[in-house]
Design a protein around this ligand. Structure first.
Ligand SMILES: Nc1ncnc2c1ncn2[C@@H]1O[C@H](COP(=O)(O)OP(=O)(O)O)[C@@H](O)[C@H]1O
Ligand SMILES: [Mg+2]
Length: 318
């Protein structure tokens, strides 16, 4: 029975941050499952809610609503049992800067109750696996940003926790560091560990993950195996509408057909929808408005949509 259970089950998870005069809904009804032994990716642009989701799953912060369980333990009612099963690389760097790489491994191993012999064996293994042998005697502070990150990820594999969370593990790494880290993470997952990672890079998710959820603005917009998500990607459509003038009413009607995304640029509106049926709905509502001048429907690849989401987020908010 235990075998059938998902490693992670997240149902309608919500996290709101209350600030002085507004509430930020960082996670807005997220649901997904992770199978045991797989590498699962949370993919999405900056600010999508990935780190917040990871923080809830690793019991660092409580959810505002919904449920999440890790290896059968609820993160709210059983946080201690969750913590016993997991190790976490947070997005912020956390290596001991004044210790050598070797000492970083040793301290971490000791903290987790490994014997001296185990520490030696595992330090040797992770430094081999992550290509860190030549840096064992270097102090943290003397390493490049990418290498610091690699040491931090490597540390997590000193201990045999069944569940590993990596938040932006390869962010800031050069191509060589990234390659070594990706290979090592893959190698570790072959041993049967379940790995949940976040990334804002599609190519990285494709190289690493068995399945993934794409999140944007706190919502899951696609979920499944890489192949499934890709095939969904082929169905995404852009509906381009050109009006004399874009009014509030036009936008209200478009939003009523539940599009995935709406971009307004001067007198044109680009609506991203899930399938033909939604495209037709958008078109029907737009045609009701007499000022529609021109329309076009184009198919978009997942990459197109994703790149666009990332781009949008990096521009000043409109
Ligand atoms: N402690 C917090 N207080 C207020 N807002 C927060 C806090 N943590 C995250 N946020 C906001 O929640 C949203 C999601 O953030 P985050 O989960 O870090 O996104 P990601 O990891 O996908 O880049 C962002 O708008 C961010 O500013
Ligand atoms: Mg983050």
């Amino acid at each position: 029975m235990i075998q059938k259970q998902f490693a992670i089950e997240v149902n309608n998870l919500v996290k709101e941050f209350r600030q002085k005069n507004r509430t930020i809904r960082a996670v807005d009804g997220v649901s997904f499952q992770v199978r045991r032994g797989e590498i699962f990716g949370l993919l999405g642009p900056n600010g999508a809610g990935k780190s917040t989701t990871i923080k809830i799953l690793t019991t660092l912060i409580p959810p505002t609503g919904g449920t999440a369980s890790v290896l059968g333990y609820d993160v709210v009612s059983n946080p201690l049992d969750v913590r016993k099963q997991i190790c976490v690389v947070v997005q912020e760097n956390a290596i001991e800067l004044y210790l050598s790489v070797r000492n970083n491994f040793q301290t971490f191993g000791r903290f987790h109750g490994l014997t001296a012999k185990e520490i030696d064996q595992r330090s040797a293994r992770v430094s081999e696996l992550f290509g860190l042998k030549e840096f064992l005697d270097h102090k943290g502070i003397d390493l490049s940003g990418g290498l610091k990150r690699r040491v931090q990820v490597a540390k997590m594999f000193m201990v045999d926790k069944p569940m590993v969370f990596l938040d932006e593990a390869t962010t800031g790494m050069d191509t060589f560091n990234k390659r070594a880290t990706i290979d090592a993470i893959k190698e570790e997952s072959r041993k049967g560990r379940t790995i949940v990672l976040t990334t804002h890079m599609l190519d990285e998710a494709e190289q690493l993950c068995d399945s993934l959820a794409i999140v944007n603005h706190g919502k899951v917009i696609a979920h499944g195996s890489i192949d499934k998500v890709k095939s969904m990607g082929l169905q995404l459509l852009y509906v381009n509408l050109e009006f004399k003038k874009v009014t509030k009413e036009i936008l209200r009607n478009i939003h009523a057909s539940r599009p995935m995304k709406v971009d307004v640029r001067d007198s044109s509106v680009e609506v991203t929808v899930r399938d033909e049926q939604h495209a037709l709905k958008v078109l029907t509502s737009a045609k009701r408005n007499r000022t529609l001048q021109h329309f076009e429907i184009n198919s978009a690849s997942l990459e197109d949509v994703f790149v666009e989401l990332v781009d949008k987020k990096e521009r000043p908010a409109s």
